[in-house]
Design a protein around this ligand. Structure first.
Ligand SMILES: [Zn+2]
Length: 328
């Protein structure tokens, strides 16, 4: 017999952790809104396509008495730690729901374009290969699955709650939160995390992710929220609004840092900048960052560069070989 990990949060709302082995995120908070007898329930996000994740998921579903044929799965965004088991659950008979924008990006490999970008922006060759080989998003991605698309403003009803789908582009192009207005409960997914800051990266066909993320934080701060439920880690004692303010300040500091490094090092390449920025990670030096973390830091640096470029604060220089560097 396993020990129960299911916590009750409010009437008909439950949460249990799905461990994310060897990942700095540590675990995913899987939320369930249990439907009334004979009615459909909603389960939010599924963990990586990895056995320990699926085991925890099935155990939690079992404890909550969720029957696949009466369970809808809501995928808050396309990342594999959220979508990893969608195909398995779909095959079991669950119905899968997902925001249209991220849904359209599922199952399309971004890697060919990414490798080109790594090359242009100065990532060393041996690291490119390590990043490709060790990327959990790729290793533990879901198999193909069908999903019903939802859009900004759609309302879902489960267990007595009316949940509005709120599109908050930034962490991914199609990131969605669910909001129960009457009860003032926000399922913030990876839009607002409390003891880590959500990773912001660059995307093909999704411009100025940092600018859009800051705008989406402003949008979510207007909501009346008593209980904010993030997809990873815990909330601590801060309110949603306090945390959103902090995240805006965090990106403003990072933008200032990016601009300063470029000003002090004219002609610097993006990859070299990533090693000069301040990161909150348990490693003594940039050299000790694991490849996946170097990749996240590098892509986050590029996203901040894109913000400054879009506002004319810095310039992009290209040499004869097509390699990029930056100056004010
Ligand atoms: Zn994510």
């Amino acid at each position: 017999m396993h020990e129960s990990t299911v916590k009750r949060i409010a009437e008909n709302i439950y949460c249990f952790p799905i461990p994310l082995p060897d990942n700095p995120l540590k675990w995913l908070n899987c939320y369930v809104i249990r439907g009334y007898e004979g009615q459909r329930s909603l389960l939010m996000d599924t963990g990586f396509n990895q056995k320990p994740c699926l085991d925890a998921l099935l155990q939690g579903m079992d404890e909550l008495g969720l029957r696949p044929e009466l369970t809808d799965i809501f995928l808050t965004h396309l990342h594999s730690d959220h979508t990893g088991n969608a195909a398995v659950l779909s095959e079991m008979g669950c119905r899968v729901l997902m925001g249209e924008i991220d849904k359209a990006r599922m199952n399309k490999s971004r890697w060919a374009k990414r490798m080109e970008l790594f090359e242009v922006e100065g990532m060393p060759h041996e690291l490119i290969q390590q990043v490709v080989d060790s990327n959990p998003g790729m290793l533990y991605a879901p198999k193909l699955f069908d999903a019903v698309g939802v859009a900004d403003g759609d309302v879902l009803s489960y267990g007595g709650y009316e949940l509005e789908c709120i599109h908050v582009p930034g962490h991914t192009p199609g990131q969605m939160c669910l909001y129960a207005k009457k009860e003032k409960i926000l399922f913030s997914s990876d839009h607002i995390l409390f003891d880590i800051s959500p990773n912001i990266t660059v995307w093909a066909g999704f411009e100025d992710p940092v600018g859009q993320y800051i705008e989406s934080l402003g949008k979510i701060m207007e909501l009346d929220v008593d209980i904010c439920l993030p997809a990873h880690r815990t909330t601590g004692s801060k309110t949603m609004r306090e945390r959103a303010q902090e995240l805006i300040a965090h990106h403003q500091r990072r933008l200032a840092e990016t601009e300063r490094i470029i000003r002090e090092n004219p002609g610097i390449r993006a990859y070299d900048m990533a090693g000069m920025m301040s990161w909150r990670i348990r490693a003594r030096s940039w050299a000790e960052f694991p490849p996946a973390q170097k990749n996240f830091a590098f892509l986050e640096t590029l996203a901040h560069i894109e913000y400054l470029l879009a506002r004319g604060k810095i310039r992009r220089l290209t040499d004869e070989e097509g390699k990029a560097s930056y100056a004010v």
